[in-house]
Design a protein around this ligand. Structure first.
Ligand code: COA
Ligand code: AMP
Length: 641
């Protein structure tokens, strides 16, 4: 498929978007023909129990069958399904659809032999190796519910997820590879299991040659031994509304939210998105440079490309330093990637190391057709740099773990709309995106407010939170009845273009990774010498935002502030993980608050970012702000422009 920019495409977006809103059941019922069903659904949308909506109720399918077996059965088994490219080890491995199906079917057999049945949870704590995708698909094959935990999270974070998901089994590896160091995963897993109340009965461990893990007798099974002893397993029919996976994401507290994804709606929406949003055809090479631990990895490394019959690239490496800022162009050229998806932060890193884009010229990028960016706001200078050097459409698109697939995007397969820098374009068909002002009324064009989506949300979005229906309603649906609250603030302009400006909650975006400042505050508050604290997200030229801690110490603390700051930094790394990138904290005498005691995090953030600010009328003691300004200056904020 080429990019839909011919005169014939004109008006298609408007027509399709209108149809999706006026006749969602007709629209998604047709899209569902892209999926093979074991039993057709009774109702496209079951709205009998609002605000809980169920797509394709009564339908039966298997997601793994749709990703693998059906392509093999239709004679496409020799096409490449997955290319594993490790810049860390220099290894490249290709799996045809037949090979991937066979590996998955065998691992599904191993899961079953180790006691996993339909509906059981399996936690996957893996680096970027093909076995991570194999484990996910194997769960889907037998109707088990996977929950992948990003490798950059520390043991206590993994333990929290074990306690919530209560898995029968954990799949992990001996180690992950980060530039310059081997990260032993197994001790982290062992420690997490020690901490968790819900202990898995079994762990299947992939031994990587860079670090051998010791196995606990009676609990741990070696991956190779597990698959050697079993026969391949068939696909198990599951209900469209059965959960495919649970993916935990940061909320306002230390208790992450378990986003549930169903089987039917997810398969339909992702398959639809591949041709309509990304404009790719089966057999083309699609690459999302993310991690399987994030939603982008679930949707666009594993499920989306395989449902569509594409070749998906799984890349273990970084945009820079593995070995240089030409790493992405090497992968695109070597594997013939047509559509590439990453986070803006990766481009900022590349631009920093190779400002003139010289390395781009070393590679043949003729296959490359479009770049998609998401995960954080795309700053216009980064977009402009990418456009100027790559000479392909650069599409900023906006979505969340909760939504599972893009909410706003230029839909290349429908109609390529003019790009406006700073905007992820318009609501994708299926989505009714609105901005509400402080009174909960529709905002005027250009007026900033809360970005919400009218219920019911389209297929593939979260039907609820894992074992937490009440929290789902409270967190997303209560504030604006009839709407899903995205947690993002922004505006819609006269032309219907959406602008996503900032979060309205404690979530920050660090290098495209979603983190909770509230959760970091909980960790800091646990330090015995900290009386009170606040964590704010401050602007960072590379990572977009980074966290910064302000600590008020208890009276009579005998040690130096420097020592305590260092300990709190270590504590966040130990409790949450290196991915939190918590590297700066400072001690202050007191924190600025309103008269009702609310900490003025927004005001401190503006000071740290060097933006003009006005002390709110409700401030308790304005004299604190100069003290904060000085403390921030001591740790280098605001950064020089
Ligand atoms: N396992 C263990 N540790 C991990 C990890 C993993 N899977 N992933 C990251 N870490 C560690 C890193 O080693 C680093 O540790 P350090 O503090 O000791 O250096 C820390 O977590 C932060 O990692 P990262 O966010 O990758 O920052 P970085 O400074 O190493 O690299 C970028 C900066 C911009 C190159 C990098 O963030 C990047 O590639 N970003 C793209 C983001 C992306 O793909 N997001 C997905 C959403 S689409
Ligand atoms: P995650 O759930 O990790 O995908 O993070 C989702 C959040 O990242 C959104 O709620 C936004 O705050 C932010 N985000 C993602 N994509 C964009 C984008 N294109 N523009 C602005 N913010 C984005």
């Amino acid at each position: 498929m080429s990019i839909a920019n011919s005169p014939a495409a004109k008006g298609r977006y408007d027509a399709l978007h209108r149809r999706s809103r006026e006749d969602p059941e007709g629209f998604w019922g047709e899209a569902a023909d892209g999926i093979d069903w074991i039993r057709r659904w009774d109702k496209v949308l079951d709205a009998a129990n609002p605000p809980f909506y169920r797509w394709f109720a009564g339908g039966m399918l298997n997601t793994c069958y749709n990703c693998l077996d059906r392509h093999v059965e239709r004679g496409r088994g020799d096409r490449i399904a997955l290319i594993y490219d490790s810049a860390m080890t220099g290894r490249t491995e290709r799996f045809t659809y037949v090979e991937l199906r066979d590996r998955v079917a065998r691992f599904a057999g191993a899961l079953r032999a180790n006691g996993v049945a339909k509906g059981d949870r399996v936690v996957i704590y893996m680096p970027m190796v093909p076995e991570a995708a194999i484990a996910m698909l194997a769960c889907a094959r037998i109707g088990a519910v996977h929950s992948v935990v990003f490798g950059g999270f520390a043991a206590p974070e993994l333990a929290t997820r074990l306690d919530d998901a209560k898995p029968k089994l954990v799949v992990s590896a001996s180690c992950g590879l980060e530039p310059g160091r081997v990260i032993a995963y197994k001790p982290l897993l062992d420690h997490a299991i020690e901490l968790a109340r819900a202990k898995p009965a079994r762990c299947i461990i992939l031994q990587r040659p860079q670090a051998e893990a010791s196995l606990t007798a009676g609990r741990d099974v070696d991956w190779e031994a597990a698959v050697a002893a079993v026969s391949p397993t068939e696909c198990v029919p599951v209900a469209a509304t059965d959960p495919l996976y649970v993916l935990y994401t940061s909320g306002t507290t230390g208790q992450p939210k378990g986003i549930v994804r169903d089987n039917g709606g997810h398969a339909v929406a992702l398959k639809w998105s591949m041709s309509n949003i990304y404009g790719v055809e089966p057999d083309e090479v699609f690459w999302a440079a993310s991690d399987v631990g994030w939603v982008v990895g679930h949707s666009y490394i594993v499920y989306g490309p395989l449902l569509h019959g594409c070749t998906s690239v799984m890349y273990e490496g970084k945009p820079v330093g593995t070995p240089d800022a030409g790493a992405f162009w090497r992968v695109i050229a070597q594997h013939g990637v047509s559509t590439f998806f990453t986070a803006p932060t990766a481009f900022r890193a590349i631009k920093r190391d190779d400002p003139d884009g010289r390395l781009i010229r070393d590679y043949d990028l003729r296959s490359f057709r479009a770049l998609f960016l998401a995960g954080e706001r795309s700053d216009p200078p980064t977009l402009e740099w990418a456009e100027a050097h790559l000479k392909v459409p650069v599409i900023d698109h906006w979505w969340q773990t909760e939504t599972g697939w893009p909410v706003a995007s230029d839909c290349l397969g429908i109609e390529f709309l003019p790009v406006k820098h700073g905007s992820p374009t318009k609501a994708v068909p299926g989505w009714d995106v609105q901005v509400l002002n402080l009174e909960g009324k529709p905002a005027k064009p250009g007026e900033i407010g809360a970005i919400v989506c009218k219920l019911p949300l389209p297929p593939g979005t979260l039907p609820t939170l894992w074992n937490a229906d009440a929290r789902y309603v409270e967190a997303y649906l209560r504030t604006y009845p009839g709407y899903y609250q995205t947690g993002d603030a922004g505006m819609i302009d006269e032309d219907g273009y959406i602008y996503v400006m900032a979060r309205t909650d404690d979530v920050i975006n660090v290098a495209g990774h979603r983190l909770s400042t509230g959760q970091m505050e909980e960790v800091l508050a646990a330090h015995p010498d900290v009386a009170e604290c606040a964590v704010i997200g401050v602007a960072d030229a590379l990572k977009g935002q980074v966290p910064l801690g302000l600590l008020v110490l208890k009276a009579g603390v005998g040690r130096t502030p420097g020592e305590i700051v260092r300990e709190t930094i270590d504590l966040v790394r130990e409790r949450i993980g290196p991915v939190a990138a918590f590297k700066t904290a400072t001690v202050v005498k007191r924190l600025p608050k309103t008269r009702s005691g609310k900490i003025l995090r927004g005001t401190m953030q503006r000071i740290a970012d060097g933006q003009a600010y006005k002390a709110p009328a409700t401030i308790d003691d304005p004299a604190i702000l100069p003290e904060i300004t000085e403390a921030l200056r001591d740790v280098g904020y605001p950064k020089p422009a």
